[in-house]
Design a protein around this ligand. Structure first.
Ligand code: COS
Length: 377
Protein backbone atom coordinates (compact mmCIF):
# COMPACT_ATOMS: atom_id res chain seq x y z
CA UNK A 1 0.00 0.00 0.00
CA UNK A 2 1.23 3.51 -0.75
CA UNK A 3 1.16 6.31 1.85
CA UNK A 4 -2.18 7.69 0.65
CA UNK A 5 -3.80 4.24 0.80
CA UNK A 6 -2.48 3.72 4.32
CA UNK A 7 -3.91 7.10 5.30
CA UNK A 8 -7.29 6.20 3.79
CA UNK A 9 -7.37 2.92 5.73
CA UNK A 10 -6.56 4.73 8.96
CA UNK A 11 -9.29 7.34 8.37
CA UNK A 12 -11.87 4.66 7.62
CA UNK A 13 -10.94 2.62 10.68
CA UNK A 14 -11.64 5.66 12.80
CA UNK A 15 -14.87 6.41 10.94
CA UNK A 16 -16.01 2.79 11.30
CA UNK A 17 -15.35 2.79 15.03
CA UNK A 18 -16.96 6.17 15.72
CA UNK A 19 -19.79 6.42 13.22
CA UNK A 20 -20.77 2.97 11.97
CA UNK A 21 -20.07 0.39 14.68
CA UNK A 22 -22.21 2.03 17.41
CA UNK A 23 -25.35 1.61 15.24
CA UNK A 24 -24.59 -1.69 13.53
CA UNK A 25 -26.75 -4.07 15.51
CA UNK A 26 -29.70 -1.74 15.99
CA UNK A 27 -29.74 -0.65 12.35
CA UNK A 28 -29.52 -4.25 11.13
CA UNK A 29 -32.43 -5.17 13.40
CA UNK A 30 -34.55 -2.12 12.57
CA UNK A 31 -33.49 -1.99 8.89
CA UNK A 32 -32.36 1.63 9.22
CA UNK A 33 -30.23 3.43 6.66
CA UNK A 34 -28.53 6.58 7.93
CA UNK A 35 -27.94 9.19 5.25
CA UNK A 36 -25.64 11.03 7.67
CA UNK A 37 -23.27 8.05 7.64
CA UNK A 38 -23.12 8.10 3.84
CA UNK A 39 -22.63 11.88 3.87
CA UNK A 40 -19.86 11.38 6.44
CA UNK A 41 -18.08 9.10 3.97
CA UNK A 42 -18.55 11.87 1.42
CA UNK A 43 -16.99 14.40 3.77
CA UNK A 44 -13.92 12.17 3.95
CA UNK A 45 -13.71 12.46 0.16
CA UNK A 46 -14.71 8.84 -0.46
CA UNK A 47 -17.92 9.19 -2.46
CA UNK A 48 -16.35 9.82 -5.86
CA UNK A 49 -12.90 8.27 -5.64
CA UNK A 50 -12.22 7.45 -9.32
CA UNK A 51 -14.06 10.49 -10.69
CA UNK A 52 -12.09 13.44 -12.12
CA UNK A 53 -11.54 16.59 -10.10
CA UNK A 54 -13.55 18.85 -12.42
CA UNK A 55 -16.75 17.13 -11.23
CA UNK A 56 -15.60 16.96 -7.61
CA UNK A 57 -14.01 13.50 -7.65
CA UNK A 58 -10.76 12.51 -5.95
CA UNK A 59 -9.13 11.56 -9.27
CA UNK A 60 -7.81 8.30 -7.81
CA UNK A 61 -8.09 4.78 -9.17
CA UNK A 62 -10.15 1.63 -8.73
CA UNK A 63 -7.26 0.15 -6.75
CA UNK A 64 -7.78 2.91 -4.17
CA UNK A 65 -11.55 2.50 -4.36
CA UNK A 66 -11.25 -1.23 -3.66
CA UNK A 67 -9.05 -0.61 -0.63
CA UNK A 68 -11.63 1.87 0.69
CA UNK A 69 -14.58 -0.50 0.09
CA UNK A 70 -12.76 -3.42 1.69
CA UNK A 71 -12.13 -1.32 4.77
CA UNK A 72 -15.71 -0.01 5.10
CA UNK A 73 -17.03 -3.53 4.58
CA UNK A 74 -15.08 -4.76 7.60
CA UNK A 75 -17.73 -2.90 9.58
CA UNK A 76 -20.66 -2.63 7.20
CA UNK A 77 -21.15 -4.40 3.88
CA UNK A 78 -24.37 -2.40 3.29
CA UNK A 79 -22.63 1.02 3.41
CA UNK A 80 -19.73 -0.33 1.33
CA UNK A 81 -22.19 -1.61 -1.26
CA UNK A 82 -24.12 1.69 -1.31
CA UNK A 83 -20.83 3.39 -2.14
CA UNK A 84 -19.82 0.70 -4.64
CA UNK A 85 -23.05 1.00 -6.64
CA UNK A 86 -23.13 4.79 -6.51
CA UNK A 87 -19.53 4.93 -7.75
CA UNK A 88 -20.27 2.42 -10.52
CA UNK A 89 -23.08 4.64 -11.80
CA UNK A 90 -20.97 7.79 -11.54
CA UNK A 91 -18.12 6.18 -13.49
CA UNK A 92 -20.33 5.12 -16.36
CA UNK A 93 -22.09 8.49 -16.46
CA UNK A 94 -18.70 10.17 -16.56
CA UNK A 95 -17.57 7.97 -19.45
CA UNK A 96 -20.63 8.35 -21.68
CA UNK A 97 -22.07 11.71 -20.64
CA UNK A 98 -22.12 15.03 -22.46
CA UNK A 99 -20.31 17.84 -20.73
CA UNK A 100 -23.65 19.25 -19.56
CA UNK A 101 -24.63 15.88 -18.05
CA UNK A 102 -21.28 15.50 -16.27
CA UNK A 103 -21.51 18.99 -14.73
CA UNK A 104 -25.21 18.63 -13.90
CA UNK A 105 -25.40 15.17 -12.40
CA UNK A 106 -22.00 14.26 -10.98
CA UNK A 107 -20.98 16.88 -8.38
CA UNK A 108 -23.79 16.06 -5.90
CA UNK A 109 -22.81 12.39 -6.19
CA UNK A 110 -19.03 12.78 -5.89
CA UNK A 111 -19.51 14.91 -2.75
CA UNK A 112 -21.64 12.20 -1.12
CA UNK A 113 -24.52 14.63 -0.72
CA UNK A 114 -26.57 12.30 -2.91
CA UNK A 115 -26.56 8.61 -3.91
CA UNK A 116 -26.92 6.96 -7.34
CA UNK A 117 -28.82 3.75 -8.11
CA UNK A 118 -28.59 1.28 -11.00
CA UNK A 119 -31.88 0.10 -12.52
CA UNK A 120 -31.45 -2.89 -14.81
CA UNK A 121 -33.28 -5.93 -13.33
CA UNK A 122 -37.02 -6.42 -13.74
CA UNK A 123 -39.44 -9.01 -12.40
CA UNK A 124 -39.15 -11.03 -15.63
CA UNK A 125 -35.55 -10.16 -16.54
CA UNK A 126 -32.87 -10.81 -13.94
CA UNK A 127 -30.03 -12.87 -15.42
CA UNK A 128 -31.46 -12.38 -18.93
CA UNK A 129 -31.06 -8.63 -18.62
CA UNK A 130 -31.31 -8.08 -22.37
CA UNK A 131 -34.98 -9.08 -22.35
CA UNK A 132 -36.04 -6.13 -20.20
CA UNK A 133 -39.50 -4.69 -20.88
CA UNK A 134 -39.49 -1.15 -19.47
CA UNK A 135 -40.09 1.20 -22.39
CA UNK A 136 -38.89 4.69 -23.18
CA UNK A 137 -41.03 6.22 -25.88
CA UNK A 138 -39.58 9.15 -27.75
CA UNK A 139 -41.85 12.20 -27.87
CA UNK A 140 -41.23 15.72 -29.16
CA UNK A 141 -39.65 17.07 -26.03
CA UNK A 142 -38.18 13.96 -24.39
CA UNK A 143 -38.94 10.36 -23.48
CA UNK A 144 -41.80 8.78 -21.56
CA UNK A 145 -40.84 5.79 -19.41
CA UNK A 146 -43.21 3.00 -18.41
CA UNK A 147 -42.41 -0.22 -16.55
CA UNK A 148 -40.89 -1.47 -13.34
CA UNK A 149 -37.46 -2.33 -11.98
CA UNK A 150 -36.87 -4.84 -9.20
CA UNK A 151 -34.39 -5.26 -6.34
CA UNK A 152 -32.92 -1.80 -6.72
CA UNK A 153 -30.21 -1.03 -4.17
CA UNK A 154 -30.70 2.40 -2.53
CA UNK A 155 -34.09 2.96 -4.20
CA UNK A 156 -35.94 5.64 -2.27
CA UNK A 157 -32.79 7.13 -0.72
CA UNK A 158 -30.96 7.69 -4.01
CA UNK A 159 -31.46 10.86 -6.01
CA UNK A 160 -30.10 9.75 -9.38
CA UNK A 161 -31.32 6.61 -11.16
CA UNK A 162 -29.54 5.13 -14.14
CA UNK A 163 -32.36 3.35 -15.93
CA UNK A 164 -32.06 0.89 -18.80
CA UNK A 165 -35.22 0.99 -20.94
CA UNK A 166 -36.27 -0.16 -24.39
CA UNK A 167 -36.32 2.43 -27.16
CA UNK A 168 -35.99 -0.05 -30.01
CA UNK A 169 -36.91 -3.63 -30.89
CA UNK A 170 -36.30 -6.82 -28.95
CA UNK A 171 -32.87 -7.86 -27.72
CA UNK A 172 -29.89 -6.08 -26.28
CA UNK A 173 -29.52 -3.57 -29.14
CA UNK A 174 -32.97 -2.09 -28.42
CA UNK A 175 -31.96 -0.86 -24.96
CA UNK A 176 -30.97 2.70 -24.04
CA UNK A 177 -29.78 4.26 -20.78
CA UNK A 178 -31.40 7.25 -19.08
CA UNK A 179 -30.72 9.41 -16.08
CA UNK A 180 -33.86 9.92 -13.99
CA UNK A 181 -33.84 12.25 -11.01
CA UNK A 182 -35.79 11.65 -7.84
CA UNK A 183 -38.89 13.86 -7.79
CA UNK A 184 -39.65 13.39 -11.50
CA UNK A 185 -43.40 12.95 -12.04
CA UNK A 186 -44.24 9.29 -12.59
CA UNK A 187 -41.19 7.91 -10.74
CA UNK A 188 -42.51 5.81 -7.86
CA UNK A 189 -41.16 3.35 -5.33
CA UNK A 190 -42.51 0.09 -3.94
CA UNK A 191 -42.28 -1.05 -0.34
CA UNK A 192 -38.90 -1.78 1.20
CA UNK A 193 -38.00 -5.46 0.68
CA UNK A 194 -37.50 -7.52 3.84
CA UNK A 195 -34.15 -9.17 3.31
CA UNK A 196 -31.98 -11.87 4.90
CA UNK A 197 -28.94 -9.58 4.89
CA UNK A 198 -27.83 -6.09 3.85
CA UNK A 199 -30.74 -5.02 6.00
CA UNK A 200 -29.36 -1.52 6.49
CA UNK A 201 -29.36 -0.89 2.74
CA UNK A 202 -32.86 -0.22 1.40
CA UNK A 203 -33.97 -2.30 -1.62
CA UNK A 204 -37.18 -1.38 -3.39
CA UNK A 205 -39.07 -1.81 -6.60
CA UNK A 206 -38.96 1.28 -8.83
CA UNK A 207 -41.94 2.10 -11.09
CA UNK A 208 -42.26 4.38 -14.05
CA UNK A 209 -45.79 5.51 -14.82
CA UNK A 210 -45.73 7.87 -17.77
CA UNK A 211 -42.52 9.24 -16.29
CA UNK A 212 -41.40 12.02 -18.61
CA UNK A 213 -37.77 13.01 -18.85
CA UNK A 214 -36.06 15.53 -21.14
CA UNK A 215 -34.05 14.45 -24.22
CA UNK A 216 -30.80 15.41 -22.63
CA UNK A 217 -31.23 12.72 -19.95
CA UNK A 218 -30.40 10.01 -22.52
CA UNK A 219 -26.91 8.70 -21.66
CA UNK A 220 -24.84 7.89 -24.75
CA UNK A 221 -26.77 7.05 -27.89
CA UNK A 222 -30.03 5.21 -28.33
CA UNK A 223 -29.35 1.46 -28.47
CA UNK A 224 -26.13 1.69 -26.43
CA UNK A 225 -27.80 1.08 -23.07
CA UNK A 226 -27.15 -2.63 -22.69
CA UNK A 227 -23.45 -2.43 -23.50
CA UNK A 228 -23.13 0.58 -21.26
CA UNK A 229 -24.80 -1.34 -18.41
CA UNK A 230 -22.52 -4.36 -18.97
CA UNK A 231 -19.47 -2.11 -19.00
CA UNK A 232 -20.61 -0.59 -15.71
CA UNK A 233 -21.09 -4.07 -14.25
CA UNK A 234 -17.60 -5.14 -15.31
CA UNK A 235 -16.19 -2.50 -13.00
CA UNK A 236 -18.91 -3.10 -10.40
CA UNK A 237 -18.02 -6.78 -10.24
CA UNK A 238 -14.48 -5.87 -9.14
CA UNK A 239 -15.70 -3.54 -6.41
CA UNK A 240 -18.28 -6.07 -5.23
CA UNK A 241 -15.33 -8.47 -4.86
CA UNK A 242 -13.59 -5.90 -2.66
CA UNK A 243 -16.68 -5.51 -0.46
CA UNK A 244 -16.95 -9.30 -0.03
CA UNK A 245 -13.25 -9.41 0.84
CA UNK A 246 -13.59 -6.87 3.66
CA UNK A 247 -16.55 -8.74 5.13
CA UNK A 248 -14.59 -12.01 5.07
CA UNK A 249 -11.58 -10.41 6.76
CA UNK A 250 -13.85 -9.28 9.59
CA UNK A 251 -15.28 -12.79 9.95
CA UNK A 252 -11.78 -14.28 10.20
CA UNK A 253 -10.80 -11.72 12.83
CA UNK A 254 -13.89 -12.56 14.88
CA UNK A 255 -13.23 -16.30 14.56
CA UNK A 256 -9.55 -16.14 15.55
CA UNK A 257 -10.24 -13.79 18.46
CA UNK A 258 -12.94 -16.08 19.76
CA UNK A 259 -10.84 -19.24 19.30
CA UNK A 260 -7.99 -17.65 21.25
CA UNK A 261 -10.26 -16.57 24.08
CA UNK A 262 -12.48 -19.59 24.65
CA UNK A 263 -11.27 -22.68 26.49
CA UNK A 264 -12.56 -26.24 26.18
CA UNK A 265 -10.85 -29.40 27.49
CA UNK A 266 -8.44 -27.11 29.42
CA UNK A 267 -7.01 -25.32 26.44
CA UNK A 268 -7.91 -22.49 24.10
CA UNK A 269 -10.00 -23.59 21.13
CA UNK A 270 -7.26 -22.18 18.95
CA UNK A 271 -4.85 -24.92 20.11
CA UNK A 272 -6.93 -27.66 18.50
CA UNK A 273 -5.35 -28.49 15.18
CA UNK A 274 -8.74 -29.09 13.57
CA UNK A 275 -9.65 -25.46 14.21
CA UNK A 276 -6.18 -24.21 13.23
CA UNK A 277 -6.60 -25.88 9.84
CA UNK A 278 -10.01 -24.30 9.40
CA UNK A 279 -8.70 -20.84 10.27
CA UNK A 280 -5.64 -21.32 8.05
CA UNK A 281 -7.88 -22.30 5.12
CA UNK A 282 -10.00 -19.20 5.71
CA UNK A 283 -6.88 -17.00 5.73
CA UNK A 284 -5.49 -18.63 2.58
CA UNK A 285 -8.80 -18.18 0.72
CA UNK A 286 -8.94 -14.54 1.79
CA UNK A 287 -5.39 -13.81 0.62
CA UNK A 288 -6.05 -15.46 -2.77
CA UNK A 289 -9.13 -13.28 -3.23
CA UNK A 290 -7.19 -10.19 -2.17
CA UNK A 291 -4.71 -10.86 -4.98
CA UNK A 292 -7.57 -11.12 -7.47
CA UNK A 293 -9.04 -7.80 -6.35
CA UNK A 294 -5.62 -6.17 -6.55
CA UNK A 295 -4.89 -7.54 -10.03
CA UNK A 296 -8.34 -6.75 -11.44
CA UNK A 297 -8.43 -3.22 -10.02
CA UNK A 298 -4.88 -2.43 -11.20
CA UNK A 299 -5.72 -3.69 -14.68
CA UNK A 300 -8.93 -1.67 -14.69
CA UNK A 301 -6.89 1.43 -13.83
CA UNK A 302 -4.42 0.56 -16.58
CA UNK A 303 -7.15 0.58 -19.22
CA UNK A 304 -9.48 -2.37 -18.65
CA UNK A 305 -9.38 -5.69 -16.88
CA UNK A 306 -11.58 -7.65 -19.30
CA UNK A 307 -14.72 -9.65 -18.65
CA UNK A 308 -12.96 -12.88 -17.69
CA UNK A 309 -10.99 -11.35 -14.84
CA UNK A 310 -13.83 -9.10 -13.62
CA UNK A 311 -16.22 -12.06 -13.45
CA UNK A 312 -13.57 -14.30 -11.87
CA UNK A 313 -12.95 -11.66 -9.22
CA UNK A 314 -16.66 -11.42 -8.40
CA UNK A 315 -17.14 -15.19 -8.44
CA UNK A 316 -14.17 -16.14 -6.28
CA UNK A 317 -14.39 -13.31 -3.74
CA UNK A 318 -18.10 -13.76 -3.10
CA UNK A 319 -18.00 -17.57 -2.90
CA UNK A 320 -15.03 -17.17 -0.58
CA UNK A 321 -16.95 -14.73 1.65
CA UNK A 322 -19.87 -17.17 1.92
CA UNK A 323 -17.52 -20.02 2.89
CA UNK A 324 -15.44 -17.96 5.32
CA UNK A 325 -18.44 -16.47 7.11
CA UNK A 326 -20.12 -19.89 7.34
CA UNK A 327 -16.94 -21.33 8.84
CA UNK A 328 -16.65 -18.38 11.22
CA UNK A 329 -20.10 -19.22 12.59
CA UNK A 330 -18.94 -22.83 12.97
CA UNK A 331 -15.83 -21.79 14.92
CA UNK A 332 -17.95 -19.80 17.35
CA UNK A 333 -20.43 -22.67 17.67
CA UNK A 334 -23.70 -21.96 19.49
CA UNK A 335 -23.01 -18.28 20.17
CA UNK A 336 -21.99 -17.83 16.54
CA UNK A 337 -25.57 -18.58 15.59
CA UNK A 338 -26.91 -15.82 17.84
CA UNK A 339 -26.85 -12.07 17.38
CA UNK A 340 -24.62 -11.78 20.45
CA UNK A 341 -21.65 -11.97 18.07
CA UNK A 342 -21.43 -10.35 14.62
CA UNK A 343 -20.62 -13.51 12.64
CA UNK A 344 -24.26 -14.47 12.04
CA UNK A 345 -24.87 -11.01 10.51
CA UNK A 346 -21.72 -11.37 8.42
CA UNK A 347 -22.96 -14.74 7.14
CA UNK A 348 -26.37 -13.26 6.27
CA UNK A 349 -24.69 -10.29 4.57
CA UNK A 350 -22.39 -12.61 2.58
CA UNK A 351 -25.19 -14.53 0.85
CA UNK A 352 -26.47 -11.83 -1.45
CA UNK A 353 -22.96 -11.11 -2.78
CA UNK A 354 -23.34 -14.40 -4.68
CA UNK A 355 -26.52 -13.06 -6.29
CA UNK A 356 -26.11 -9.33 -7.04
CA UNK A 357 -24.41 -7.78 -10.06
CA UNK A 358 -24.91 -11.04 -11.92
CA UNK A 359 -25.36 -14.34 -10.06
CA UNK A 360 -22.25 -16.44 -9.71
CA UNK A 361 -23.72 -18.80 -12.29
CA UNK A 362 -23.85 -15.85 -14.73
CA UNK A 363 -20.19 -15.10 -13.92
CA UNK A 364 -19.40 -18.66 -15.02
CA UNK A 365 -21.36 -18.10 -18.24
CA UNK A 366 -19.28 -14.99 -18.91
CA UNK A 367 -16.01 -16.80 -18.13
CA UNK A 368 -16.92 -19.78 -20.33
CA UNK A 369 -17.86 -17.50 -23.24
CA UNK A 370 -14.49 -15.75 -22.95
CA UNK A 371 -12.72 -19.14 -22.94
CA UNK A 372 -14.57 -20.12 -26.09
CA UNK A 373 -13.49 -16.89 -27.78
CA UNK A 374 -9.87 -17.44 -26.72
CA UNK A 375 -9.51 -21.05 -27.78
CA UNK A 376 -11.98 -21.59 -30.62
CA UNK A 377 -9.98 -21.88 -33.82
N1 COS B 1 -18.78 -6.06 -20.82
C1 COS B 1 -18.85 -5.37 -21.97
N2 COS B 1 -19.72 -5.68 -22.94
C2 COS B 1 -20.52 -6.73 -22.74
C3 COS B 1 -20.49 -7.50 -21.56
C4 COS B 1 -19.57 -7.12 -20.56
N3 COS B 1 -19.49 -7.79 -19.43
N4 COS B 1 -21.41 -8.48 -21.64
C5 COS B 1 -21.99 -8.34 -22.83
N5 COS B 1 -21.46 -7.29 -23.49
C6 COS B 1 -21.79 -6.82 -24.85
C7 COS B 1 -21.45 -7.94 -25.81
O1 COS B 1 -20.11 -7.84 -26.25
C8 COS B 1 -22.43 -7.72 -26.93
O2 COS B 1 -21.94 -6.71 -27.79
P1 COS B 1 -21.89 -6.97 -29.39
O3 COS B 1 -23.34 -7.04 -29.79
O4 COS B 1 -21.18 -5.76 -29.93
O5 COS B 1 -21.17 -8.25 -29.58
C9 COS B 1 -23.67 -7.15 -26.23
O6 COS B 1 -23.21 -6.63 -24.97
C10 COS B 1 -24.71 -8.22 -25.98
O7 COS B 1 -24.07 -9.24 -25.25
P2 COS B 1 -24.54 -10.75 -25.26
O8 COS B 1 -24.93 -11.14 -26.65
O9 COS B 1 -23.48 -11.55 -24.58
O10 COS B 1 -25.86 -10.67 -24.37
P3 COS B 1 -26.71 -11.79 -23.67
O11 COS B 1 -28.14 -11.42 -23.78
O12 COS B 1 -26.28 -13.13 -24.15
O13 COS B 1 -26.35 -11.62 -22.10
C11 COS B 1 -25.17 -11.86 -20.06
C12 COS B 1 -25.12 -11.69 -21.58
C13 COS B 1 -25.92 -13.08 -19.61
C14 COS B 1 -23.71 -11.99 -19.67
C15 COS B 1 -25.82 -10.58 -19.42
O14 COS B 1 -27.20 -10.52 -19.69
C16 COS B 1 -25.59 -10.49 -17.94
O15 COS B 1 -24.52 -10.11 -17.48
N6 COS B 1 -26.64 -10.84 -17.14
C17 COS B 1 -26.61 -10.60 -15.71
C18 COS B 1 -27.23 -9.28 -15.43
C19 COS B 1 -26.78 -8.72 -14.13
O16 COS B 1 -25.60 -8.69 -13.82
N7 COS B 1 -27.74 -8.22 -13.39
C20 COS B 1 -27.49 -7.61 -12.12
C21 COS B 1 -28.07 -6.25 -12.14
S1 COS B 1 -27.35 -5.21 -10.97
S2 COS B 1 -27.77 -6.00 -9.24
Amino acid sequence: MNELQKELVEQINKFNAEKIEPFLEEDDREETFRMEIYRGLGELGLAGIPLPEDVGGADLGYEDLCIVLEEISKSSAPYAVTLSVSTMVQSIINEFATDWQRKTFLPALTSGEEIAAFCLSESSSGSDAGSLKTTAKKVDDGYILNGNKMWITSAGVASTYLVMARTGGEGTSGVSAFIVKDGTDGLKFGKKERKMGWRTSPTREVYFENCKIPHNHLLGNEGEGFKLAMKALNAGRITIGACALGLARRALKEAVTYALGREQFNQALFEFQGLQFMLADMAAEIESSALLVEKASKMHDAGGCGKLLASTCKLKCTDMAMKVTTDAVQVLGGVGYTSEYPVERLMRDAKVFQIVEGTNQIQKVVIARELKKQFQS
